[in-house]
Unconditional design. Sequence first.
Lengths: 541, 118
Amino acid sequence: MKTKQEPRPAGRGIRQSMSDLHTWTGLLLGWILYAMFLTGTVAYFKDELSQWMRPELPHQVQVPDRAVVAQRIADELGTLASGSPQWGMRLPDARNNSVQAFWRTSSTPGQRGFGEANLDPSTGRKVTSRDTLGGDFFYRFHFQFHYMPAVWGRWIAGVAAMFMLVAIVSGVITHKKIFADFFTFRWGKGQRSWLDAHNALSVFGLPFHAMITYTGLVTLMALYMPWGEQAAFKTQAERQQLTAELSAFIQPGRATGEKVPLASVEDMVWQAQERWGRDNVGRVTITHPGDAAARVAVARGEAGRVSMSPQYMEFEGATGRLLGIREGVGPAAETRGVLYALHLGRFSDTVTRWLYVLVSLSGTAMVGTGLVMWTVKRRQKLPDPDRPYVGFRVVERLNVASIAGLSVAMTAFLWANRLLPQTLAERASWEVHMFFIVWALALVHAVLRPPRKAWVEQLWTATALLTLLPVLNAVTTQRSLWHSLAEGDWVFVGMDLMCWALAVLHAVLAMRTARHRPELQSVRRPDRQPASGVALREGEA
Amino acid sequence: MDSDMPWKGSGARGAGGTLQPPLQPMSAAAKRLRKVGPLVSRIVAALFGGYALAALGSVAALALPMSKPQAVLTGMLASFAIYAGAVIWVFAARSALRAWAGLLAVAAPLLLAAWSVW
């Protein structure tokens, strides 16, 4: 009490304000951030997840020649999307055994209707697998959520990312001994341990966390900060200069109406392969296919360079003549391309991808431990630990549902993929509904049960679901673990092993939570308080 | 221990740079306003003032000696750093008034730059 009367030294004051800022920016949107971090982490394996969720598609032993595939898909789109002003396709690669094709359904400018399909590279026909969003669900949820217009979701994600950025900067300022903190770990000391874990996770991955947060904002910066663009460009044509710096999208000119069949797409892709490498061709975009004014853009793949800036070859569709090669953008656009690529990590080989996932998981754990610490820190000072105030209870229960509950819900989504009947109408949507239904149930459960029991029960539920998922997979598909091992199908093997590794993690957390007795410690041992008070001031979080 | 009662310290300081002696009689509502007012002011300054400053900065970037698309992108890329910096400043400043004054001080030259290209 007495300290309040004394004016504090300026340094201490700033550190205190930053500590408060860190606490509140971290908490207020912490639950959203946790979900964004975890689904985003999983999305680094979205192509593998999509493979797992479409078990009818055979294991891809060798990536087919992309030039041949491109021709096949273009032929198929000729019937599937005839009359469309624009087609696009993402060619298969080592991680992706189907072709994602999309097309504009309306030729009226301004109207944006899109069709899309997953096509089999070997036949060109629509893949005959169960209807699912696959790993793309987590990928999209990560930045635009669900059940709301995409733009709203993106704004929410942007606000959350901005809070995260402020929490990171203020968190760093709060720590005077950031390096020493990294080597400090006090096991089994309640709040101290949570603080040390939070510090270690944050400091270890700090460059990554800062990078991923800032680059996340960069991916959607044109939405969040449109003012410079609006001030600089008055007409659509001017704005086109900017678009050209950002994507390989070629502006569809006016169709002539004169019907000319498309020249060999295979030949065009082959030319791109000659330039960038056999395995390094990404998207093919065709505007006004079948018209004399048709244009084909073949984009460079994402491997071999850490940038998403557009690089493509443009061909005249009717003759197959090379019109130009674009291999560079301005310095600011290139910077943006690099930041964008760093966020998505698509350039990664397998090892880098795993590193991405592990550090990203540490970021998830950073947010999670921060959320839990908010309650741990305050629990010791509750006047009556059995009857905490409303805000405390809200945070406590939201923590359970958003951390343990999310694990349950995400695993339930995969269960739904295996269990929902293939004939179910709107099957892909129902997989997603199951995710949210289970998540909502987790919240109800967290509200109804005493907090510690809720934690333990939900963590064990996640453990059970994760442990049994490989079993469910073996029972419901032809692709059991022993089969995958025999085939050398490392995506399916990895998925099964990953489930068990995560099951172990959840089991350990469940057992530790069950053994923990937080309230008793602080009530029975008041002699500990002074010591912890000193430590608190040193490493305030 | 202040961290348990967030903003208490900074809020009281914000009322005018000095701490209020708790003995003076004051109506409950006025007391509350004195305590919460500066905090609310800072939050508004951080959320909206910070965004406005970042937006202004992204427009001011058009005055940079580079082509329009590059300048637009530079402004967008830098805007989030401006925003984050503004928020940190707002809560690090000694009073709410100083927080606003700092934002305005940075906004003035940016406004001039933005004015020249609008």
